[in-house]
Design a protein around this ligand. Structure first.
Ligand code: HEC
Length: 230
């Protein structure tokens, strides 16, 4: 699961462009860039070859921005930047175009989201995975394992149903990593249950079905799905 989650989040961070929220910031009319420390260097260096939109549409952490700069230097003819300029640009990008926040800033809310992900993993994903070889790889499954899986899954779904909010997102008002994880977990578990038990895992959990429908409309999820299919 660690791997799956890391993979999912990596794809999300790479492809998911959450709208930049810059309500009270002063914007440069010419470039659309927020005017802040480092702006001059960014404008001078980073709008020479392409539209500043490429910058405002991307989000990454400092390492991610550095990687893009190194890639442009290796492949796109971006010249060597002196250390001061490079640092000023990275400071600017790190603060104004940060990676999308997938966890709430408040520590308590954050812990709740992590707990929810943990429950999705333990109560649903790992239970459903016991039947994965039978669902997708033609393996035999004993009646005993089948029964146990079904019972534990029903229990797990009930446990998870008590924790989720779906108001409108799984952990509450904000879109978080738990929504991504839920999309992945229920997608996988639902497919397994359909194959092995000829049933709908979400039967009786209408609010979850609606949540997944809402999530599937989000551009983030589209991009994750497209990357998965590629
Ligand atoms: C010498 C020309 C040049 C300069 C200067 C330049 N870039 Fe680029 N950059 C490119 C080219 C070419 C591409 C690829 C454009 C495309 O795919 O349409 C690119 C792509 C990008 C992308 C998109 C990367 C992706 O993964 O899709 C970002 C973000 C970006 N540049 C940011 C910057 C920043 C920040 C700076 C300033 C440090 C900068 N660029 C300066 C040539 C340059």
């Amino acid at each position: 699961m660690k791997k799956a989650l890391t993979w999912l989040l990596t794809i999300l961070l790479l492809v998911c462009v959450l709208p930049a929220f810059a309500a009270e910031q002063e914007i440069d009319k010419e470039t659309g860039l927020v005017i802040a420390t480092g702006f001059e260097q960014v404008k001078k260096t980073c709008t020479v070859c392409h539209s500043p939109m490429l910058i405002t549409q991307n989000k990454a952490d400092r390492d991610g921005w550095l990687e893009m700069i190194r890639w442009m230097q290796a492949k796109q003819g971006l010249w060597q930047l002196d250390a001061d300029t490079e640092n000023a640009i990275l400071d600017y990008l790190e603060i104004l175009q940060p990676e999308p926040a997938l966890f709430p800033a408040d520590p308590f809310a954050r812990a709740k989201i992590i707990e929810l992900i943990r429950h999705l993993e333990l109560d649903v994903e790992l239970v459903a995975r016991r039947a994965l070889p039978a669902a997708f790889f033609g393996a035999q499954i004993s009646e005993e394992l089948k029964d146990a899986t079904q019972t534990d899954l029903a229990r797990g779904m009930a446990a998870v149903a008590r924790l989720i909010k779906c108001d409108p997102f799984i952990g509450g008002a904000e879109f978080t990593a738990a929504d991504l994880y839920a999309f992945y977990t229920f997608g996988l578990a639902r497919a397994i249950v359909a194959k092995v038990f000829d049933a709908d895992l979400l039967e009786g959990h209408g609010e979850l079905g609606e949540l997944l429908d809402r999530l599937s409309e989000r551009p983030c999820i589209h991009k994750v799905e497209a990357a998965k299919a590629a």
